[in-house]
Design a binder for this molecule. Sequence first.
Ligand code: ATP
Ligand code: MG
Ligand code: MG
Length: 423
Amino acid sequence: SYRKGGYHAVRVADQFAGGRYIAQRKLGWGQFSTVWLAYDTTTSAYVALKIQKSAAQFVQAALHEIDILSSISDGVDVNSKCVVQLIDHFKHTGPNGQHLCMVLEFLGDSLLRLIKYSRYKGLPMNKVREICKCILIGLDYLHREHGIIHTDLKPENVLLISTIDPAKDPVKSGVTPILERPEGNINGGVTSLIEKKLKRRARRAVAKISGRGVSIEGTEAPKSERNLDGIDVRCKVVDFGNACWADKQFAEEIQTRQYRAPEVILQAGYSFSVDMWSFACIAFEVATGDMLFTPKVGQGFSEDEDHLALMMELLGKMPRKIATTGAKSKDFFDRHGDLKRIRRLKFWPLNKLLVDRYKFPESEAREFSEFILPLLDFTPEKRPTAQQCLQHPWLKGSESAPNDSRVEKVAAEMSKLKIKTGK
Ligand code: ATP
Ligand code: MG
Ligand code: MG
């Protein structure tokens, strides 16, 4: 992919935008881009630099993402809205062509990583609540204030907020940016040694910035699950490459398979409520460590049909009106609203699944089911909005387990005392 029209090859200490941004270390990549940690020499802050492939369709996609990101990034107090912020964008010409670059606020690990760190056992319920709250705040902002549907909500696209901000306190964080490549590294052997050394240094720096036990690289994952306890879990929604407006849609087939809503499979039209379906799938996954639906092709049926069957096994039969009115309904359902090729369904309601397979205590299973089941309504219009969901009692937490805001309150009280007594 590092050829004409493809990715731009980056080396540590490469400069961008006339020297304003200096590449530190690769953070990740996707189908469209590579993403680098970069140092912004103008603001002395670390940023994420998303460098798009250069072929026309990728340029087009980047322009769309910039369009969406700029519209959501401007406005008062966007930082509290749980969506990634676009800081800058520019063009960069390299041997493979002209690349659009997005400068984004630097965030930490994805929820997918966090789930891996839990050894796919799921996070403690108070953490699940915090994560759900953040995602809902992000969705409410996108839906209500901008009319935007994300359309690709999944654990990979929700990133944690770094706990230490080196821009605000570079001394305390102990992270020194790499500003230039050492001289005299033209010889092959020497170059690779220096490259290795720089990379190692950058890796340590990133681990420090992202803070407290969770590092960017999977190799430094905490050994035990308990390490997750110390994380202050706040996160933001990222990856707006596929986002659209409710009144200006681009694709019929949206969403990553496992997080796809039934109306998308049936091609019955969609709106904001598709994000709410994906949100429920994420909430389940964060709580249990397993994906809610993992459809597979089988003998005599397609992945779509298996997906619909799995949904009905968990949620009950799809109302006939919903099952039969999509453009693709006839491919899957007969006129009674029964699947044509998968005749026997094994019903296993969510509440029971949580208790039987995931060993949730009865009350916790009931409360959590009450929170996510309405979001998995087959009738899209009946799903609660993000705004309504934010009012749900489940998010307030239970009385027996004090939530973090209470812990914070106590900590604040204690520090006040310390100031008073001078200790
Ligand atoms: P996709 O194929 O998923 O559409 P993409 O090319 O559009 O990928 P992104 O998903 O935006 O790229 O980013 C790729 C990866 O880079 C992410 O999965 C994440 O690991 C990392 N990343 C992206 N944005 C940030 C950020 N703001 N801070 C830290 N890391 C980031
Ligand atoms: Mg992505
Ligand atoms: Mg993308």
